[in-house]
Design a protein around this ligand. Structure first.
Ligand SMILES: Cc1cc2nc3c(=O)[nH]c(=O)nc-3n(C[C@H](O)[C@H](O)[C@H](O)COP(=O)(O)OP(=O)(O)OC[C@H]3O[C@@H](n4cnc5c(N)ncnc54)[C@H](O)[C@@H]3O)c2cc1C
Length: 395
């Protein structure tokens, strides 16, 4: 690791790396063969050790019991969790800072602090069958009603790909306001699992084997008290953008970690695998694949770290938004190419589920789709370029 990092970031990086190597990587093949699961006592230990390694509440201020990490410190930690497959790195709760600005004190007590303490777990219900990239096209509705048992919203809609819903006990639900002066405005609500009218339509199988499932949910006349509204009517998209911005940068970081692991493993294999009487690593065609991979990783890591540093130094929000998109776009596409080359270097072994390259080849694919597909990142970047010019994007 030659990139200059402040001492605390370097220390976090080393601590999380040691945790990932000792506690997570040894269990990934087991998880792959058991629907993404490890034995419950092992999962509990992973969670406890993740806490010891300082992997939880990284974005939350110290004043409220969080770690208070800078964006750069979060990036180096997330990069290390990206080195493991089967989402075993998702063993720590990491609520985001914007939640403290968005939520009322009562909401923080009821939904955010328990999330920090690992007593409650959340999921995000935004995407719909006909609204993924185009979030503004959502058809879910929230209608305010008063009287009888008090002030309520009635929620209706269907939500797709609700990640971790099987592990969660409440949702962030995005809808458009129906009727009233804010009709059509986006709004975000807390919806507890088990609220009457919330039902699972089905739980489809996905490409990866994760403990977290992604069910489709239907909401039929779901009544939630008016104080389940987060912020004001019309704030919904702003919160979702804040979530996207942060998460896109963390995806970029995890993709860098995945690429590093793939390059390490493919290089080690190529050095010991003998073909035609010589080490595979001596073949220039293989060297070129490894050279391209490590060069692209270097570029992706620089972009990701630099974007984090810029955010920590108070970068303009629009610039930060576009740079997070650039980091996610480049790092996720880079990691996909690196995984493809790693499978090729491993040959037939690279097609076996017990092989890290096979797992990453499947798992990394979604990083070009979720939190805004590559095409959407390109649209965001192009918009920034057209409106504010090259300098605003690359400094
Ligand atoms: C495993 C998984 C987990 C997920 N978890 C969650 C979750 O927890 N909560 C949640 O709300 N959502 C979640 N999602 C949804 C995810 O955010 C969406 O799948 C993603 O935003 C893309 O939307 P879509 O699938 O509807 O594709 P579409 O919007 O239909 O797009 C299809 C393709 O067309 C491209 N495209 C769209 N518009 C344009 C354009 N203008 N120009 C060029 N190309 C375009 C897209 O890039 C994509 O390649 C998850 C998805 C997956 C696969």
């Amino acid at each position: 690791m030659t990139l200059p990092l402040p001492p605390r970031a370097r220390e976090i990086q080393a601590r999380v790396r040691a945790f990932v190597d000792a506690e997570l990587i040894p269990w990934e093949v087991h998880a792959e063969m058991h629907d993404g699961l490890v034995p419950e006592d092992v999962w509990k230990r992973m969670k406890a050790k993740a806490k010891e390694a300082g992997l939880d509440n990284m974005d939350m201020p110290v004043a409220i019991g969080g770690r208070g990490y800078s964006t750069l410190e979060q990036v180096v930690a997330q990069e290390q969790t990206g080195r493991v497959t089967n989402a075993l790195g998702w063993c720590a709760n990491n609520p985001q800072k914007w939640m403290l600005e968005a939520c009322s004190p009562a909401q923080i007590e009821r939904w955010i602090k328990p999330l920090m303490n690992d007593e409650r777990h959340e999921c995000y219900a935004i995407t719909e069958a006909e609204a993924g990239s185009d979030v503004d096209a959502i058809k879910s509705t929230a209608r305010r009603v008063s009287g009888g048992d008090g002030d309520h919203y009635v929620l209706n809609g269907e939500k797709w790909h609700v990640t971790s819903a099987n592990l969660a006990d409440y949702m962030f639900f995005q809808a458009k306001i129906e009727g009233g002066p804010n009709a059509g405005a986006h709004a975000l609500f807390f919806v507890d699992h088990g609220t009457p009218g919330v039902e699972i339509v089905r739980t489809p199988a996905y490409t990866h084997n994760y403990r977290a499932h992604h069910p489709i949910y239907r909401f039929t006349d779901v009544r939630v008290p008016a104080d389940h509204l987060i912020g004001k009517e019309g704030d919904g998209m702003g919160f979702t953008y804040a979530w996207f911005r942060h998460e896109r940068l963390m995806i970029a970081a995890r993709c860098c970690g995945a690429a590093e692991r793939l390059i390490d493993e493919a290089t080690a294999f190529a050095k010991q695998r003998i073909v035609f009487g010589a080490a595979l690593a001596e073949q220039q065609a293989v060297q070129f694949m490894l050279a391209d991979s490590v060069t692209e990783l270097f570029a992706a890591r620089l972009m990701t770290y630099e974007t984090a540093r810029a955010i920590d130094s108070g970068a303009d929000m629009k610039t930060a938004h576009a740079q997070c998109s650039m980091a996610k776009l480049y790092a996720s596409e880079m990691a996909g190419r690196v995984a493809d080359r790693a499978v090729q270097i491993f040959g037939g072994r690279g097609y076996m589920r017990e092989n890290v390259a096979e797992r990453f080849f499947r798992e990394l694919r979604v990083d070009r789709i979720w939190e805004g597909a590559s095409e959407i990142q390109r649209i965001i970047i192009a918009n920034g370029l057209l409106k504010r010019g090259t300098q605003s994007l690359v400094g």
